[in-house]
Design a protein around this ligand. Structure first.
Ligand SMILES: [Zn+2]
Length: 100
């Protein structure tokens, strides 16, 4: 999904549509937290006694997109910003990008 970096959008503080700059926010999981996830720990426990042999083979290379991507909109008039959620509770089919 592609988004323009500047767009006319509704500003809840000005109560009208204003020109707003768009940034991507949210939707990222840090590496430290993925190592401690339940599934990762479970797999490590299973593989423990079998030397270097993997129990279920290699993990798939395709990476699932994170849930809950957000857009951060900053108003050019009042300089305040608010967030907009994309596809709430679903995964997006394509990673959101900004066009300049
Ligand atoms: Zn505003």
């Amino acid at each position: 999904m592609k988004f323009p970096a500047e767009q006319n959008k509704y500003c809840p503080y000005c109560n009208t549509q204003t020109k707003q700059t768009i940034k991507l926010g949210g939707g990222k999981v840090s590496k430290a937290s993925t190592k401690m996830r339940f599934g990762v720990r479970k797999r490590a426990r299973k593989e423990k006694g079998y030397g270097a042999i993997n129990v279920r083979g290699k993990a798939a290379n395709t990476k699932k997109l994170a849930r809950g991507y957000q857009l951060k909109l900053t108003c050019s008039v009042c300089k305040k910003s608010h967030m907009i959620k994309l596809a709430q509770g679903k995964r997006l089919k394509k990673k959101p990008e900004l066009i300049k």
